[in-house]
Ligand binder design. Structure first.
Ligand code: TMP
Length: 217
């Protein structure tokens, strides 16, 4: 029987350098001879990416209800699990995912104020016990992340998406919720101090990851 692959997620607020490091993680694992599937949420499938469009579209003429936002996150996730994540893990591939359900607890829970218990109901319904094997949480103070986000937005021509339009108190609540999640599951989370230079951050990631690979193989 093929050994099930491992499921690794990267999390963090806006501007913490997550996208760059998703590529770094995938390349590190590939260099270990592992088959890697790199993906993201919300999205990762054709229908999931369409749902992502609905979620990020600022469309000021009609605000998105918080429960609709929550359900769309899980709708995209259900499709993602069925189409991509579960088949990859079953054939022994390692899945590296840019955000997963911890983001829902952080953004829809911490940021929007939905009770964790309500999110957990959907988590159980959609994931049926599946959770990441390792979650790298890129953490930095809200004001440092904001500065990075602002400079990224200056280099980008598109307008801010629905989440990027939020204010400091929203992002502070997101960060607090992420840190609380990490405290509740310290064996799954590695909290990476993302304030340092890219080299230092990636050295921390490499150390954590190679330790886990050695343990799991
Ligand atoms: P990205 O910035 O990583 O591309 O993700 C898009 C946005 O979606 C980001 O602002 C965080 C948000 N998000 C949630 O609010 N809840 C979730 O469950 C996920 C996966 C993302």
């Amino acid at each position: 029987m093929t050994k099930r692959g491992r499921f690794i997620t990267l999390e963090g607020g806006e501007g913490v350098g997550k996208s760059t490091n998703v590529g770094f993680v995938a390349e590190l694992l590939e260099a270990q001879g592992l088959e890697v599937v790199r993906t993201r949420e919300p999205g990762g499938t054709v229908r999931g990416e369409a749902i992502r469009g609905l979620l990020l579209d600022p469309a000021p003429q009609e605000p998105l209800h918080v429960d609709a936002e929550l359900l769309l996150m899980f709708a995209a996730r259900a499709q993602h699990l069925a189409e991509k994540i579960l088949p990859a893990l079953a054939r022994g591939a390692w899945v590296v995912c840019d955000r997963f359900t911890d983001a829902t607890f952080a953004y829809q829970g911490g940021g929007r104020g939905i009770a964790n218990e309500r999110i957990a109901v959907l988590e159980n319904f959609v994931q049926q016990g599946l959770s990441p094997d390792l979650t790298l949480l890129l953490d930095m103070p809200e004001n440092a992340a904001k500065q990075r986000l602002e400079s990224r937005l200056r280099d980008r021509s598109e307008q801010r998406d629905r989440f990027e339009q939020e204010q400091a108190d929203f992002f502070q609540a997101v960060r607090n919720a992420y840190l609380a999640r990490a405290q509740e599951a310290p064996e799954r989370f590695a909290v990476i101090d993302a304030q340092h230079s890219l080299d230092t951050v990636q050295a921390q990631i490499r150390h954590t990851l190679l330790e886990r690979v050695a343990e799991w193989r």
